[in-house]
Design a protein around this ligand. Structure first.
Ligand code: MEV
Length: 315
């Protein structure tokens, strides 16, 4: 049934994410743990307007007229909007959709998926339609495929559900108890290097094509650590979780997806007493995460990471 178009402004948002353990291996069917970052968000606002449906993203100086695009456009903003309109069975409204985001782009924090989910939520809400997380996730996955050819689906999932997830491709999704990670003292530091995920993902694919046995060995070792990390989370054993994070970083280095800047931030975090530190997400730039003892220690680490060259630190 067609929804009723809103006469007033609608605002929706979606969170950023980090991968606690298991990135890259998750593309090849191994499990990974991802956490939402509710304080960093992408926003979508729709206001009725007399002009034809327009999307504006003022932070990046982009204006898009989705009606000029086909449903299968490679423009991610238009693609998300057109997919959402199809989902709710509506034509483009006479309205302006404004997209803004606190999430740095290319920083492995899920900015693309968060923008898609925020757009989808806003369009559904504009037509008074509920958007279940599985539908928001499916829609964002479709757009993610434009960014890199073989996304595992973990980013769109954790962002659409806004809950910690245990994610294994092709297996039923497991939502982890939010209490397990509520208050988990993580510090996130941005190298300031924006790297599209498709680059490290493509390099891992090329290495895997060359030497499957060796690369599958890394994936299996990462999967074991992801299980260790989950058990540590469930027991509240931060020391053990930190060790699993350190070992995961070492394997990602061997896979070739870290970089000197990420390694330097991880080293600085450990020297400042972090229980564990690792790159998070695609790598070759973007962000690393460090596990600390408590909020006071997080402040110490913030200083150490800025000193070691982090462009931004989120605690
Ligand atoms: C990106 O956040 C995580 C990767 O494993 C890619 C993916 O799962 O699609 C690097």
């Amino acid at each position: 049934m067609a929804g009723v178009e809103q006469a007033t402004k609608i605002e929706c948002s979606a969170c950023a994410k980090v991968i606690l353990c298991g990135e890259h291996a998750v593309v090849y069917g191994r499990p990974a743990i991802a956490l939402p970052l509710p304080t960093l968000r992408a926003h979508a606002r729709i206001e009725p307007d007399r002009r034809a449906f327009t999307i504006v993203a003022p932070d990046v100086g982009v204006t898009v007229s989705p009606w000029r695009h086909s449903r299968l456009t490679r423009n991610p903003l238009a693609r998300a909007a057109l997919a959402a309109l199809e989902l709710v069975g509506q034509q483009p409204p006479r309205a302006t959709l404004t997209v803004t985001s606190d999430i740095p782009v290319g920083a492995n924090l899920g900015s693309g998926a968060a923008v898609s989910v925020a757009i989808a939520r806003a369009i559904a809400a504009y037509f008074n339609r509920a958007l279940p997380p599985e539908e928001a996730s499916r829609l964002a996955y479709e757009v993610e495929q434009l960014h890199h050819g073989s996304p595992s689906g973990i980013d769109n999932t954790v962002i659409a559900y806004e809950q910690p997830v245990w994610f294994a491709r092709g297996k039923p999704l497991e939502l982890l108890d939010a209490k397990l990670v509520a208050g988990l003292p993580l510090v996130i530091a941005d190298t300031g290097i924006a790297t599209p995920t498709r680059i490290p993902v493509g390099d891992v694919r090329a290495a895997w094509e060359r030497d499957r046995e060796r690369i599958e060995g890394y994936f299996d070792a990462i999967a074991s650590l992801t299980h260790v990390a989950r058990e540590a989370l469930e027991r509240g054993d931060l020391e053990q979780l930190g060790r699993a994070m350190n070992a995961n970083h070492a394997l990602l280095q061997q896979l070739g997806v870290s970089c000197p800047e990420l390694d330097a931030l991880c080293d600085a975090a450990r020297s400042a007493g972090a229980l564990g530190a690792k790159m998070s997400g695609g790598g070759r730039g973007g962000n690393m995460i460090a596990l600390v003892r408590d909020a006071t220690h997080a402040e110490v680490l913030r200083e150490a990471l800025l000193h070691a060259g982090a462009k931004r630190v989120f605690a």
